[in-house]
Design a protein around this ligand. Structure first.
Ligand code: C2E
Ligand code: CA
Ligand code: CA
Length: 268
């Protein structure tokens, strides 16, 4: 049964997907050690003529529920890999992160599909990272085989939104993650709350102990940036550095990065 409120949304989304009216935007992540570009995360956007901008936090779960997620994932991945290829041709040498719904990981041949796409578009699998979020219905431990296949192909795996929702310490030990993203909930309070700061510090130390690189997401202030650097966090991402940007603006942003960094955080 589909809720009446979702019906119009689902219909509109399906038409946007079929008619090529979705687009991808790209948010940079920056190395806290030297201020250089670490990687770019692709995020989907849907601007509906009637509904306005609809958040992926609304339509991705809807696509998951109604059998459209594989189509969305494949469209998003193809669009992103092509854009990545174009940037490489334009001289922007960056790694790339892409969000994958846990539902798309059900298929054991999905890693092969991703590898084939990378080959056809001529982008390197060993610079691609997939960001995964634990869901209520799709425990990641059940997807061990698929995750291992990605790692064998050199594709990195990040656990997203760590610390909230369904993510657990057990996954960190059992699953072949290469990177952990601290949820912005903890990042937000870290400069003012001792508890949040302790949690952020502990997550960073724990992740490093397990050999994972740590990204803090949702970084909105210079204070948060400085604190994260003090706490040995590897990478930061958030509005204080850049919002998710259309491809040409992202390219422009990377060209201005060396000038911007010292003003933000002092001499790197
Ligand atoms: P996420 O992967 O955790 O992405 C981070 C979200 O935080 C993005 O929201 C981003 O625009 C937003 N954000 C970035 N910096 C800041 C900041 O400094 N402050 C605040 N308040 N927010 C910030 P967005 O783009 O609306 O995406 C929401 C969620 O939808 C994503 O969370 C991800 O789970 C999902 N999503 C987005 N694009 C895709 C996609 O192509 N495929 C799949 N499967 N899921 C996607
Ligand atoms: Ca993400
Ligand atoms: Ca996240």
């Amino acid at each position: 049964m589909i809720a009446p409120a979702d019906l119009g949304l689902l219909d509109g989304f399906e038409r946007a997907l079929i008619n090529g009216r979705l687009r991808m935007v790209y948010q940079p992540k920056v190395n806290l050690s030297d201020g250089r570009l670490h990687r770019v995360e692709a995020l989907v956007r849907w601007d509906d003529p009637d509904l306005g901008a609809v958040s992926p936090a609304r339509f991705v779960p809807l696509a998951e529920k109604h059998g459209l997620i594989d189509q969305l994932t494949q469209w998003g991945l193809r669009t992103t890999l092509r854009q990545w290829r174009q940037w490489r041709d334009e001289g922007l040498d960056t790694a790339l992160a892409f969000n994958i719904s846990a539902l798309s990981l059900d298929a054991l041949d999905f890693p092969d599909l991703v590898e084939r796409m990378c080959r056809a578009i001529e982008v390197p699998t060993d610079r691609l990272v997939l960001e995964l979020t634990e869901g209520a219905t799709q425990p990641l431990v059940k997807l061990m085989d698929t995750l291992t296949r990605f790692r064998i192909k050199g594709i990195g795996l990040a656990i997203d939104d760590f610390g909230v929702g369904y993510s657990t310490l057990m996954q960190l030990r059992q699953l072949p993650f290469t990177e952990l993203k601290i949820d912005r909930f903890f990042v937000e309070d870290a400069p003012t709350s001792n508890d949040s700061q302790l949690i952020v510090r502990s997550i960073i130390d724990l992740a490093h102990g397990l050999g994972l690189s740590v990204t803090a997401e949702g970084v909105e202030t210079v204070e948060q940036l400085r604190l994260l650097r003090q706490l040995n966090c590897d990478v930061a991402q958030g509005y204080v550095l850049a919002k998710p940007l259309p491809p040409d603006e992202l390219l422009q942003w990377t060209r201005e990065l060396p000038d911007r960094w010292p003003g933000l955080i002092g001499n790197a």
